[in-house]
Design a protein around this ligand. Structure first.
Ligand code: AMP
Length: 421
């Protein structure tokens, strides 16, 4: 009887080049964020369900339909569908913003019970950043600049577009919401089912609807841009001016509301048309009311989250080479006599270069050892026979390109290898 247990739907084993590509995107984000003074925070994967229902909002799909929830003895717990609510909770718990303005970044798995397809998984990875204690649009613009830097470093800036909108402050939002509900109520029976439900709970989200008939009705709907008060308008204008100064192109989409309840003022989304149905690679915005909503003292804040899987997929689609996971160099001693010498050569290489060096183990005939070198994915085999060991030399054999084998002194090995491609 078979005892194999298949992989859970929507989950993936990540390894080899796919993982290398995801890790490299994550590390570019991490390095860039740290270069702007953002500090890493590691957050738990599981939180009380109430944190997400309160913090993200029960009327969002991520919370109402897509959470992985389990009942603990006393509490309902859920795997996190995103990172912001946890980050805010952590800041409140540790009183991090008392007399301080923390700028934090995080990376990790998020979970949503969605229908899996390319670029959409039930466990996926995000990098996110959150800045607490600043109410000015300079922080919003900085967040966008960091992401723009990363697109450029990753060579995908031309394939990503940025959309922005302002939801205004609480007063503007409320006024617009009332006008929107009043307008949409006239068409209640013509709206799609989801939108009808949202009319009471979260009418702004109706603007997101993919339903054609609903979209038609929305064409004449009151636009948030007409309801921004002076404070909100100034905030948004300064935000746009700053982006312009940074040379960052953005288009205003007055239907952009983001799925989540807590946004105020600037909201933004990065999209690509290179990934089929999964257009969105990231999003974010300002959420000045969230700290208070989650039981902390009022504290303005803004942040973003990027879907790392999609960024890695996009690079792949565009044929951009990512780092690989396999070793660069495969060291083969031709007999047991040369084993120690081979280990010393490998150790020297690891110390003097950042090359990934794998040493052959498990014996075998020369042909089998060479086959193992080939299978390892390494670009170069270092071959060490009795003669080489005696004269402190190694032979280099290129495994992927047509190039003549050479023998070099061990002292010259790191430089030869680093200049070899
Ligand atoms: P959100 O928190 O919904 O704004 O999502 C932020 C980013 O996470 C999105 O732009 C996507 O790139 C990514 N994302 C969201 N859901 C998924 C998913 N199910 N699979 C892969 N990536 C996702």
């Amino acid at each position: 009887m078979s005892t194999r247990s298949p992989l859970v739907r929507g989950m993936r084993d990540l390894y080899a080049d796919e993982l290398a590509s995801i890790r490299s995107v994550e590390s570019v984000f991490g390095d860039r964020l740290e270069s702007y003074g953002y500090e890493l925070i590691r957050l738990p994967t599981m939180e009380r369900t109430a944190l997400f229902t309160r913090g993200i909002g029960e009327s969002t799909d991520a919370v109402s339909k897509e959470m992985f929830t389990l009942d603990d003895e006393t509490d309902s717990l859920s795997l996190r569908p995103e990172g912001t609510a946890s980050c805010v909770r952590a800041v409140i718990d540790a009183n991090m913003y008392r007399g301080n303005q923390p700028k934090l970044w995080y990376a990790g798995s998020m979970f949503r019970h969605e229908r899996p397809q390319l670029g959409r998984y039930r466990e996926f990875f995000q990098v996110g950043a959150e800045a607490f204690g600043f109410d000015g649009p300079d922080v919003d613009a900085e967040l966008i600049r960091i992401v723009q830097d990363v697109w450029e470093i990753l060579d995908i800036a031309d394939e990503i577009t940025l959309e922005i909108n302002s939801l205004g402050n609480a007063t503007s939002r409320r006024r617009h919401r009332n006008a929107l509900v009043e307008y949409l109520a006239q068409f209640n029976d013509q709206l799609d089912e989801d939108s009808q439900r949202r009319l009471d709970q979260n009418p702004l989200r109706i603007l997101d609807s993919k339903n054609d008939r609903t979209q038609k009705i929305l064409e004449q709907a009151p636009s948030i841009s007409d309801y921004l008060d002076d404070e909100s308008r100034n905030h948004f204008e300064e935000f746009q001016e700053r982006l312009e100064r940074f040379g960052i192109k953005a288009s205003v989409n007055t239907h952009l509301v983001r799925g989540l309840d807590y946004y105020t003022h600037a909201v933004f989304e990065w999209n690509t048309d290179k990934l089929g149905a999964q257009k969105q690679v990231g999003g974010g915005g300002r959420y000045d009311g969230l700290c208070e909503l989650l039981g902390g003292v009022p504290c303005p804040a803004a942040g973003f989250a990027i879907g790392i899987d999609r960024v890695a997929l996009l690079r792949n689609e565009l044929g951009i080479a990512s780092p690989t996971s396999h070793p660069d160099v495969y060291v083969i001693a031709l007999s047991d006599e040369e084993d120690d010498f081979a280990l010393d050569v490998a150790a020297k290489l690891r110390t003097e270069s950042s090359l990934k060096v794998r040493v052959h183990q498990g014996g075998g005939k020369v042909k089998a050892r060479m086959r193992a070198a080939d299978r390892s994915g390494a670009a170069i085999a270092l071959i060490i026979g009795a003669q080489e060991a005696a004269s402190n030399h190694v032979s280099l054999k290129w495994l992927r390109i047509n190039r003549e084998q050479v023998t070099v002194p061990v002292t010259e090995l790191p430089t030869t290898l680093l200049n070899s491609n």
